[in-house]
Write a protein that binds this ligand. Structure first.
Ligand SMILES: C[S@@+](CC[C@H](N)C(=O)[O-])C[C@H]1O[C@@H](n2cnc3c(N)ncnc32)[C@H](O)[C@@H]1O
Ligand SMILES: Nc1nc2[nH]cc(C(=O)O)c2c(=O)[nH]1
Ligand code: SF4
Ligand SMILES: [Mg+2]
Length: 210
């Protein structure tokens, strides 16, 4: 199948347990919880998104005819070295497009494959690192994985209710909006109260990375 990619870039993973790791990001176009248009934000299921995922016009973006073409582009961003190859599939919602052909082609090129997903679609079974970030008002079907990254506070989502979901790591990520300072303090207070959770920050924003 073909893939619609908003943008692709080499950076450091900014969030979560893999933060600091050199990574090629593939940002797929489109999401099932918001159209991406500002005029639809207030009526969307997910209303706090910090990302433009509409269209295929970003740097490194485009329509890729198949898995081989997409993996060639990922390899071009990574460079020659075969060691520690790391790709992060994000979006938008990547599970709308990730399929067997893409996962197998990335593995054949020696990539460790991480995904950033809202969990409303089952994650592909052969991914190497599954990060799920639940959204209030959505039905999360993917309740197992490597890291559960809860953007918080979110009205209607209490961290306590997610503590028994089957993840190796439970992380709170402060909601980035005009009240970000207060949200960061609220996350710190939660972590001090509930040792199941740890804090993760969006370090790429502090560092001026993409
Ligand atoms: C843009 S989303 C794309 C992947 C997928 N759709 C998802 O929501 O997990 C990437 C990550 O950014 C997080 N995120 C989006 N907007 C945010 C905000 N305003 N503050 C903090 N994290 C945010 C999401 O929860 C998710 O973990
Ligand atoms: N550097 C960097 N790290 C990230 N981790 C998750 C991101 C995302 O938007 O999915 C992201 C991103 O956009 N940039
Ligand atoms: S689910 Fe992810 S990509 Fe979709 S609107 Fe929410 S944060 Fe943005
Ligand atoms: Mg981001």
């Amino acid at each position: 199948m073909s893939y619609a990619v908003k943008e692709m870039f080499l950076t450091l993973q900014g969030e979560g347990v893999q933060a600091g790791r050199r990574a090629v990001f593939v940002r797929f176009a489109g999401c099932n919880l918001w159209s991406g248009r500002e005029q639809d934000r207030a009526s969307a299921i997910c209303r706090f998104c910090d990302t433009d995922f509409v269209g295929v016009d970003g740097l490194g973006g485009g329509r890729f005819a198949g898995a081989a073409a997409l993996v060639s582009a990922v390899e071009a961003f990574w460079g020659e070295s075969r060691s520690e190859r790391f790709v992060v599939l994000t979006g938008g919602e990547p599970m709308l497009q990730v399929d067997d052909a893409l996962v197998d082609a990335l593995h054949a090129a020696d990539f460790f494959i991480a995904i950033e997903s809202n969990g409303t679609l089952a994650a592909h079974p052969r991914l190497d690192w599954i990060c799920i970030s639940p959204k209030a008002g959505s039905e999360v079907v993917q309740r197992a994985g490597d890291e559960l990254k809860l953007v918080w506070p979110q009205a209607g989502l209490d961290p306590v209710d997610l503590e028994d979901w089957d993840f190796r790591h439970h992380l709170l990520q402060p909601l980035d909006d005009p009240q970000a300072d207060a949200h960061r303090e609220a996350c710190i207070a939660q972590v001090l109260e509930r040792p199941r959770w740890r804090l993760t920050l969006q370090t790429h924003k502090m560092l001026g990375l993409r």
